[in-house]
Design a protein around this ligand. Sequence first.
Ligand code: HAM
Length: 438
Amino acid sequence: MPFAVRMKKQPIVAPKGTFDILPQDFPYWDRLEEAIKKVAASYGFKRIETPIIEHTDLFVRGVGNFTDIVGKEMYSFKTKGDDELSLRPEGTAPVIRAYIQNGMDNMPRPVKLFYVGPMFRHENPQAGRFREFHQFGIEAIGSSNPVLDAQAIKMFFSLMEELKLKNKFFVKVNSIGDRTCRPKYISALKSYYKSQQGKLCPDCRKKIATNPLRIFDCKNEKCTRVSLQAPNILDYLCDECNAHFKQVLDYLDELGVTYLLDTKLARGLDYYTKTVFEFYPEANSAEGGKTNALGGGGRYDYLVELLGGKPVPALGMAIGLERIIGLMKQEKVKLAMPKEERVFLIQLGDMARKKSLGIFEELRKNKIMVEEAFSKDSIKAQLKTAAKNGANIALILGQKEAIDDNIIVRDMQSGIQETIPLHKLLGELKKRFKEQAA
Ligand code: HAM
């Protein structure tokens, strides 16, 4: 078969690791976005959106060249104008770029920003892991106060409460130190892993020199066993990092947050300093850490400076929306009820259809939710659609009504209908909605 003919017949599917969000899924996405906006606003965060494409260098510098995200998973390309761009794999570096570029460092601190949008990572797709996924993220820039670390963690729990998820959640926390204490820890870690390198996988062996903290993330059983005996970061923290971490834990106690101290938690991005954390559902914790994190974050006190801004400490976190939607579906959470007042406009014949277009626009402008099936001709088919869509009221415009400037208003439940002059339609509908609401 010629190639062109064969190609025509093959349906094109979405790229691996990507998916469509279908109309039946949108109630979940809408509910989640509504909860996100409410919780973010209640903690004083303002929305920001950055471009989906950024200069590749932003992530090389910000997230780190030796991380999996930048080293292996970025969708990078050269444009016709020779720019090296990448689809954003995460939101923190772009938000900090925007903060610097837009002079937000003159705003009262901390500058609190949140975002919701798609991210792209060329990972191996599996349950809960996609190549295009969505994150809700927050970034609080310009404060080193540990109360912010605790509040960012608390926000995750507040969002879960707002969604009325019954599952219990917990957060893993750790501190990975700062410029003062981390170098000493890293060199102790290097010495330890060097002494054990025969037991490590080839990938981890390479990481000893470049980024030994990343060895903690390796899922290889042998590497995990070696990591168990590795030096403990908490023994190396300087006084400032130690005091900061203690305060964070104090605040978490105060806020009643369930946390688990995990001294092997390092996170997969290089910009972190001091506090790091990841969120998990309790129900699956018995699987022994195989569960995907629902979200994660931490402090990144040097990133603003690293990206060319005035040095200020900062902190943030991001939550994977697909993973939350998965839980919402599992738990069948209550979604927002569809609007009670549902009107369906039925037309019969050419003249009525033409006139219906104007009526539809008039109702829509007056904020009345009206549905139609202009492409259908028979009254039976249109009434069937109206019933299927859960309409309370059907408006019927036949040839006769169109000529007489009238319209039939039918109560879908009782089947009772009356003919009224068209100019009284808006008033009649408003009256009926008021009666329904009472
Ligand atoms: P991250 O841990 O790489 O952190 O991603 C945060 C969350 O995004 C994950 O916990 C997970 O829920 C979701 N996620 C990540 N990759 C995938 C994937 N391939 N498929 C589905 N969901 C995924 C960050 O991105 C940091 N920017 C967070 C942050 C903000 N730190 C400070 N501020």
